[in-house]
Design a protein around this ligand. Structure first.
Ligand SMILES: Nc1nc2c(ncn2[C@@H]2O[C@H](COP(=O)(O)OP(=O)(O)O[C@H]3O[C@H](CO)[C@@H](O)[C@H](O)[C@@H]3O)[C@@H](O)[C@H]2O)c(=O)[nH]1
Length: 248
């Protein structure tokens, strides 16, 4: 059977950019299916996708009742992908920060045996464009701190542009995840690394969004700081027995 790919696009208030990113994904990976996971955006993002899906059987939208964080949205998308028998699962932002044209190469890397492929800003060849100095500093500091606390070798552990083999996700979801927000990305990559699976970082250019606003806020940074600190301390106290999951 041919291998099947699901591109999961989490959205909250992305009505200005959703049409464009869906068209770009479709043109970059025509054989892939697309699932938008929307947290009941007041700006009608889900309604736009639902209208497009009426004439595109390979596009679907999952509407969640409330805004409950990027991590929770991705979990819903992952479960959908596993239930529907996909072989590869893609994560990509809806705002155009990630160029879907990188996906064929990232999928090739996954097909060649990497369990997780990260579109990385912080490896040679990777860069950011139009990102404020503050956001660059937060990203670099977050990655540096995570590498130090968790002993991770991943250069862009917070990145939101990824290809997972479905088996990787199946393994990760055997235990409940604790992260609500963008910390989910750190948790998934670190657990993949700890499981001894293969991670490749593919250099990308991350473009600051042209429309809409970032959903990043202080609470998201605080959650990541807190959880990475706890995981890092637990790792030092009982190596090999990290209580990665602190809640359901
Ligand atoms: N469903 C849902 N989607 C969400 C939520 N919060 C954010 N999103 C969606 O998640 C994507 C990323 O959100 P942005 O707000 O655009 O993120 P960013 O500030 O540009 O952050 C980028 O950098 C982070 C740190 O490196 C990354 O962790 C993140 O994935 C992204 O690439 C967008 O498609 C946005 O609509 C949520 O609570 N629910």
């Amino acid at each position: 059977m041919a291998e099947r790919t699901l591109v999961v696009v989490p959205t909250f208030e992305e009505s200005a950019s959703i049409r464009s990113i869906l068209a770009r994904i479709r043109s970059a990976v025509p054989a892939a299916d697309i699932l938008v996971v929307d947290d009941n955006s007041p700006d009608g993002t889900a309604e736009i996708v639902a209208r497009l899906a009426r004439t595109d059987p390979r596009l679907a939208v999952l509407v969640r009742p409330d805004k409950s964080g990027l991590g929770r949205a991705y979990l819903s998308g992952f479960r959908y992908a596993l239930e529907h028998g996909y072989d590869y699962i893609v994560e990509i932002d809806a705002d155009g920060s990630h160029d879907p044209a990188e996906l064929p190469r990232m999928l090739e890397l996954a097909e060649s045996g990497h369990d997780l492929v990260i579109g990385s800003r912080w490896v040679p060849g990777g860069r950011v464009s139009n990102w404020s100095r503050v956001r660059q500093a937060i990203s670099r500091a977050g990655n540096g701190y995570s590498r130090f606390m968790l002993g991770s070798a991943v250069r862009d552990i917070t990145a939101g542009f990824r290809v997972f083999r479905a088996d990787t996700v199946r393994l990760l979801l055997r235990e409940p995840t604790s992260s609500q927000g963008y910390c989910f990305q750190i948790e998934m990559a670190w657990h993949t690394e700890r499981a001894g699976l293969s991670i490749a970082e593919h250099p990308i250019t991350f473009e600051e969004r042209a429309e809409g606003v970032s959903k990043m806020h202080l609470g998201i940074v605080a959650e990541a700081l807190w959880r990475v600190t706890v995981w890092g301390v637990q790792k030092r106290l009982s190596p090999g027995q990290v209580a990665r999951r602190s809640e359901g």
